[in-house]
Structures are given as structure tokens and as C-alpha cells.
Design a protein around this ligand. Structure first.
Ligand code: NAD
Length: 477
């Protein structure tokens, strides 16, 4: 059984603690167990973080940054190890895991810029003989609740920026993929950060509720499904906490008749089937405008049927398993539902379900509409829906009809169409001729509508604003 980290102590769970198995999704084997912590364990972690806060928040910025550089160097030294931990208990391919670890480290790179990022501003002589200065202060103990699909990257979206700003942190990793956060915490301590700056409390929904209710926590960063994001936002706000809650997605990829199929087809495959579709930036619906459907459907069908499905640590594999058997079955049920509602199944990945592990191959449904469940709801698996639109206006209207607004992307050779799309699509992360419009660490991860609850997004300068509060000092001598 893995352990919570409270201050400097890796705590053995109580004898009667409930736990959940952690699987290798490529084989279905149980590889570890994760304890389900209750309010008592949460309280211990928050206390450790609160006790450390005063000293840490007064530690010189350059000392905090020096430790962050050391952490960065630990992460680089352990890059391959971290990627293999991700593949082993999440299932994604090693290349995808390497991409995840790299994107996560980039947030640490960004955090190393704290001496600039944490600066305030000043205006002398705001009135005669009076100056005003704005300082940034940490907010206190912060908590982070990541989802299962990026066990290293998403924890790194949260605690490095929080702690470099002088806060202390309690991380509750996903109960399905807790080994990434666990290893990050070990490396964090090895880098020399004082015990108590980062604490880990394992568990599931009840553990999150205990964090939401705990009066010692000032701010919560959450990433997960839309209904839970809404719950976390509401409950955290009701308990007087700062909150940023990132939710689910239903991303549209618009393909214009002038799009270059040689660029668009591989990009759509990458967007829909990379990470086995378990990505909040996965393309879920390809909207073919006018004759674009004729240009892309055959190549999509051929290439998707040829994609290599298998364990993520095997050379050449392009699509790994899903996270759990129940999730795989839920995704497969969407395929049945799509067919029952009138969609045309042109690639069926369900034959992969017979192998050991939690596999489902790339699947494509054509003639999907937004009235169908597959056209409307987040599936979070390797299922691509193709819908049709007569014009760009109609395609934008289809994307905008979704209550979620994480990402939308367009493939076109027309600057005018690209610009119209940028101006009118209601998605906070918009791509033009790219499969995945992921902001780098120095920009905010900026979902809109039901994909985000809060004001300040994760990372970028929004992250710094989220983890600091401002004090304005007015001076006359
Ligand atoms: P999830 O909502 O089931 O779980 C996320 C976290 O919330 C976990 O740590 C879990 O323990 C906790 N949790 C689950 N149910 C809870 C409840 N009822 N009350 C309190 N806490 C609860 O999400 P998941 O399945 O782990 O992750 C997949 C989802 O995350 C997808 O919807 C995906 O789109 C979304 N996601 C969004 C982003 C983004 O940036 N917007 C990024 C990655 C994933």
C-alpha cells in the first residue's frame, strides 16, 4: 500500500483503512494499492502544511528558486523513470508519457522565473508626497486535486507555482493513477525542500470533500470531469476558498474544403486517438464542411484501421489501453448508442476488447449529429465522430452548441476562414492547423463555458495571480 506524506513522514495507513487497487491497464494486473484517507488524515496533512507556512513564506525568493532549480534537475535526471511510471499505471505509450513529463517540467521551468513573476508594482507621487506600492503575498495552504489522465503533468501544473510563490501544499493525486504524484513528492524532498512544503494525502471523493471543508485550506486547484468541477467550485466557494476548477471537454475539429488532407488526416488521428482519447484536448467531433468529407473519410478510415493497439511500453504501439475495464465498457456502450441513434460505424475498434487489459481500438462513427449522445457528450476514449456542415458558419454553430468550451481547431488554407474561426468559436483554446491547441506553461490553460469554473486559469501568469494575494501599501513620510 502506498503512503501519505505528512511533513517528513511517509505514514503507514491505519490498519482498518479502506483502499483501492491500482492496475496496469495493459495487462489488468493489480500493481499496488492506494489508501482512501478520511478527514483525520486530511487534517494531519493540512496541519503539517500550516505549520510550515510561516517559515516557508518568509524564505527568500532566491532560496525558494534555488530549490526549484534543483527539483528541475531531479526531474530531468529521472525523466525516463517518470515516463515509465506513467505508462505502467496509466497505459499511454512511452512517447506520449515522455511528452507529458516534458510539458510538466516546463511548468517548473516557468516557476524558476519567480524573481520576475512575483514582482509587484509601484507608483510614486500618486498624490502630493504619497506613494503606492503593490506587493504579492502567498495565500496560505493550497490543495490540488488532479484527474487520472496526466499523473505527472497535472500535479506539476499546480504545486511548483504554488510553492515558489511561498505557499505550502497538500496534493491529493487521482486514486486511479497516484504513482506519478508519489514519485514527484519523493524527488521534491530529495531536492532539499523543507518537509511540510508539499504533503500528499491519497484518496477519492470523500478525501476531496474533507479538503473542501477544511478551514485551514485557502485555495484549491481542481482538474477533472465537468460535474465534479462544478461541485468542487461550489463547495470550495461556499467554504470561502479561492478555487480554479477545470472540467471536461467535447472538442470539435472543423475541416474546410480547402484543408490539405495530408496535414489534416494525421492531425485528426493524433487528436482523436492519441492518449487513447483520454485527453481533455482530444478532438472528439470532426466537422467536415461541404466536400471535405469526401477528401478525408477514406484516408481516415484506412489509417485508423491500421493503427497499432497494444501495451504502451511496446515499440511501435500507437494506441494504449483505457484506464479501467468499466471505463472501456462505458466507451464501448457509446459506440452501440451511436449506431442505435443512426450513426454509421465505419471503423470498429471493439474487436480489441477480447485481449487481456482494458483495450479498445480506434473507432469512427460517421453522420453523427449533435442530437446523438456521441455528438453531444464527452466520451473520453478512442472514438471519433464525423459530422457534416454545409458552411463554416454551420460548423462554428455546431461547435458553439456544446455547453463545454475547452478546445476547438480548424484545418484550412484560408487566412480569412482561420480568422473568422478564431473570432467566433466559443472555446478558450483554439487551434488553426494544429491537432491539439495546448498552451505552453507560460500561457494559461484557458477552457471556457462548462469546461472551467473560476476566474484565474492554471499556469501562466494566471497561475501566479491565483497563488498570490495583493497588498497595496500607501506611504507618506
Ligand atoms: P474525475 O472528475 O472523476 O476525478 C477527478 C478528481 O476528482 C480525482 O482526484 C477524484 O478523486 C476526484 N473526485 C471524483 N469524484 C468526486 C466527487 N464526487 N467529489 C469530489 N471529488 C471527486 O475525473 P477523471 O475521470 O479522473 O478525469 C477525466 C476528466 O477530467 C475528463 O472529464 C477530462 O475532460 C477532465 N480533464 C480536464 C482537463 C482540463 O484541463 N479541463 C484536463 C484533464 C482532464
Amino acid at each position: 500500500m502506498i503512503r501519505n506524506l505528512v511533513g517528513s513522514e511517509w505514514r503507514v495507513p491505519p490498519e482498518d483503512a479502506s483502499s483501492l487497487p491500482i492496475f496496469n491497464p495493459a495487462t489488468g494486473e493489480v500493481i499496488e494499492h492506494v489508501p482512501l484517507s478520511g478527514a483525520r488524515e486530511v487534517d494531519a496533512a493540512v496541519h503539517a502544511a500550516a505549520e510550515t507556512f510561516e517559515g516557508w513564506s518568509r524564505t527568500a525568493v532566491m532560496d525558494r528558486v534555488r530549490l526549484m532549480f534543483r527539483f528541475k534537475s531531479q526531474l530531468e535526471d529521472r525523466f525516463e523513470e517518470l515516463a515509465s511510471i506513467v505508462t505502467r499505471h496509466h497505459g499511454k505509450t512511452l512517447d506520449e508519457a515522455r511528452g507529458e513529463v516534458r510539458r510538466g517540467i516546463e511548468v517548473v521551468d516557468f516557476a524558476c522565473g519567480a524573481p520576475t513573476l512575483l514582482q509587484g508594482r509601484t507608483l510614486r507621487d500618486v498624490s502630493a508626497g504619497v506613494d503606492q506600492d503593490l506587493y504579492r503575498f502567498p495565500v496560505g495552504v493550497c490543495a490540488g486535486v488532479p484527474p487520472f489522465n496526466f499523473p505527472v503533468m497535472i500535479p506539476l501544473w499546480m504545486f511548483p507555482l504554488a510553492v515558489v510563490a511561498g505557499n505550502t501544499f497538500v496534493l491529493k493525486p487521482s486514486e486511479r493513477t497516484p504513482l506519478g504524484g508519489q514519485r514527484l513528492a519523493e524527488l521534491f524532498l530529495e531536492a532539499g525542500f523543507p518537509p511540510g512544503v508539499l504533503n500528499i494525502v491519497h484518496g477519492a471523493a470523500d478525501t476531496v470533500d474533507a479538503l473542501l471543508e477544511h478551514p485551514g485550506i485557502s485555495a484549491i486547484s481542481f482538474v477533472g470531469s465537468a460535474p465534479v468541477a462544478r461541485h468542487v467550485y461550489t463547495a470550495a466557494a461556499a467554504h470561502g476558498k479561492r478555487v480554479q476548477a477545470l472540467g471536461g471537454a467535447k472538442n470539435h475539429i472543423v475541416v474546410m474544403p480547402d484543408a490539405d488532407p495530408e496535414l489534416a488526416v494525421p492531425a485528426i488521428l493524433n487528436s482523436a486517438f492519441g492518449n487513447a482519447g483520454e485527453r481533455c484536448l482530444s478532438g472528439s467531433v470532426a466537422v467536415a464542411v461541404g466536400p471535405a468529407a469526401d477528401a478525408i473519410l477514406d484516408p481516415l478510415r484506412d489509417a485508423a484501421s491500421r493503427m497499432i493497439v497494444g501495451p504502451g511500453d511496446q515499440q511501435g504501439v500507437q494506441v494504449g489501453p483505457l484506464i479501467r475495464a468499466e471505463h472501456r465498457d462505458r466507451v464501448a456502450a457509446y459506440v452501440d448508442k451511436g449506431v442505435a441513434e443512426g450513426a454509421e460505424l465505419i471503423v470498429d475498434g471493439r474487436q480489441e476488447m477480447s485481449r487481456p487489459g482494458f483495450f479498445l481500438g480506434p473507432t469512427i462513427l460517421d453522420r453523427v449529429t449533435s442530437r446523438m449522445a456521441v455528438g453531444r457528450e464527452e466520451i473520453f476514449g478512442p472514438v471519433l465522430s464525423v459530422s457534416r456542415a454545409a458552411t463554416l458558419d454551420e460548423a462554428i454553430a455546431q461547435a458553439n452548441a456544446s455547453p463545454l468550451g475547452n478546445m476547438a481547431t480548424i484545418f484550412t488554407q484560408s487566412g480569412r476562414a482561420g480568422r473568422e474561426f478564431r473570432e467566433r468559436v466559443d472555446a478558450g483554446m483554439t487551434g488553426i492547423n494544429v491537432p491539439i491547441a495546448q498552451p505552453f506553461a507560460f500561457f494559461p490553460f484557458s477552457g471556457w463555458k462548462g469546461s472551467f469554473f473560476g476566474d484565474l486559469h492554471v499556469h501562466g501568469t494566471d497561475g501566479i495571480d491565483f497563488y498570490t494575494r495583493k497588498k497595496v501599501v500607501v506611504t507618506r513620510w
